[in-house]
Design a protein around this ligand. Structure first.
Ligand code: ZN
Length: 483
């Protein structure tokens, strides 16, 4: 009875996800009177805060500086880079009035911040000696999504948008920065046990205003693919649009090079989605607001019940002394079974049960959330045991997630194979590609999928044929049904 099940999680993922973010009090969605906007509840906010601590640490350690720019961007700034505005035009929210007065210049709720940040960089940065410069901010961005909105996944207010913006004195240095961005995201996703594949997005799906876009994608439990992070080399597109020049080492003036990269609420949505099971969340110990819950099992006389409670508190103190985030669930109105259910849904990595038996013997019952396995552990050994268990849980859920991801990748060299894959359409299909847009578009249409882009780092498909046109294949393209 204690074995974990993932039937509902897998076969009815959408419903499971909507259920668990409410049940675990992560995110209240669907009741706010503006579509596509939700509320971070206290428990969810704590998960989010720990994820953001990690995000900040990874950027700060590599010389990024945190900043905060205004939410409103005047239309005149947003329109400076023509590709950029064309890409965002139909999803921008506009502020048109101040009180009853129409504004002279409309103000956009930022959909992203390349334009206002570049404007300031052009005021602040004059020389190559100040470069590279790496800024980031963690803010809300707004997009008037016309597709169906989804809690934490497709929002009109993205409340947790980490956007980094960098400036460089050469193309080579901007290329190095894209690699650093990829390294930061690898480290972030690895720490959270989130599996990913990296693709270079096709020309027709790159960030509006970029030279190219590198994207991290993951496979959700329903087999659909979700973008969880992107990095763009912006080239000199924005610096030219803003007439932003710097002095180079040889004394000449030129437009600097830029990159930008971002992750969002989707990182937290992915932690929830990828690691969960039918009972609810399974949180990595690193970001779990409560790492161990101690449940007193009150039985017997009042004296015995008090002894159990004292022991539960003592156990919690010992764990706290070891740097563990602990909660003792002393609620009298709930039976132990109801408490198990409550904390399992919230994904607390480890549970310690304390009953009369434990008081007498000094041997505690420890249960891990990811497998529901039980252990008997002597009180003196509890801290070391729990810390080791955190490591084991971290490794186990990461491996489980990667196994699923790896099993979701398929290669096909003919359209017949691709069609068979499409009958199930779970995960990611890789096929040799000649690099012509029309061939990828044909695959998209016929299989009803999206082109994720090409395998990154680039993998040659030399000697293979494009299954659509029969021409010489250059590389491998990836296709999937996406969020
Ligand atoms: Zn082709």
């Amino acid at each position: 009875m204690s074995a974990i099940t993932r039937d509902r999680w897998r076969s009815n993922f959408s419903e499971w996800f909507d259920w668990i973010i409410g049940e675990a009090e992560v995110y209240d969605y669907g009741r706010y009177p503006v579509k596509g906007m939700g509320v971070w509840m206290p428990y969810g906010f704590q998960i989010r805060r720990r994820v953001l601590e990690l995000v900040r640490e990874l950027h700060d350690r590599r010389g990024h500086e945190e900043v905060l720019f205004p939410l409103l961007i005047p239309e005149t700034l947003l329109r400076k880079e023509s590709e950029h505005i064309r890409g965002f035009e139909d999803e921008v929210y506009w502020v048109t009035h101040g009180g009853l007065e129409p504004l002279d210049v409309k103000l956009a709720l930022r959909p992203t911040s390349e334009t206002n940040i570049t404007y300031y960089e052009s005021l602040w940065i004059k020389s190559y000696k100040q470069l590279p410069k790496k800024y980031y901010q963690i803010v809300s961005v707004f997009r008037f999504e016309t597709k169906a909105t989804r809690a934490m996944i497709r929002l009109r207010e993205v409340t947790t948008f980490k956007e980094a913006h960098t400036v460089h004195d050469s193309f080579e240095d901007s290329e190095r920065q894209v690699l650093e961005a990829i390294e930061i995201y690898r480290e972030l996703f690895d720490a959270l046990g989130i599996p990913y594949i990296i693709s270079r997005r096709p020309e027709w799906d790159k960030f509006a205003g970029a030279l190219y876009t590198i994207a991290f994608d993951t496979v959700m439990p329903d087999g659909r693919v979700m973008q969880i992070g992107t990095a763009h080399n912006l080239g000199q597109n924005f610096t030219k649009a803003f007439d932003f020049k710097i002095q180079l080492a040889d004394g000449t003036l030129d437009y600097p090079w830029q990159t930008s990269y971002g992750v969002s609420d989707r990182v937290i949505a992915t932690i929830i989605a990828i690691h969960g099971d039918d009972r609810g969340l399974v949180l990595p110990p690193l970001v779990a607001p409560v790492q161990v819950v101690v449940i007193p099992i009150p039985v017997g006389s009042e004296e015995e019940r008090n002894a159990v409670l004292r022991e539960a508190r003592r156990v919690a103190e010992v764990l706290r002394g070891g740097g563990v985030r602990v909660n003792v669930d002393e609620r009298e109105e709930l039976r132990p079974g109801a408490k198990y259910y409550y904390w399992e849904a919230r994904g607390v990595p480890v549970r310690v049960d304390v009953g009369l038996e434990e008081v007498k013997t000094g041997v505690l019952t420890v249960v891990r959330r990811d497998t529901l396995e039980r252990y008997k552990v002597a009180r003196e050994e509890l801290v070391g045991f729990v810390l080791r268990l955190f490591d084991e849980i971290t490794v186990n859920i990461k491996k489980r997630a990667w196994d699923y991801m790896t099993s979701s990748l398929r290669r096909a060299e003919t359209m017949d194979e691709a069609r068979r894959w499409a009958e199930e359409k779970r995960g990611i299909l890789e096929m040799p590609w000649c690099s012509r847009e029309e061939c990828a578009r044909r695959v998209e249409e016929e299989l009803e999928v999206k082109t994720l882009g090409i395998v990154w780092p680039l993998e040659s498909a030399e000697g293979l044929r494009c299954p659509v046109c029969g021409g010489q294949a250059v590389t491998w393209a990836r296709y999937a049904k996406t969020y």
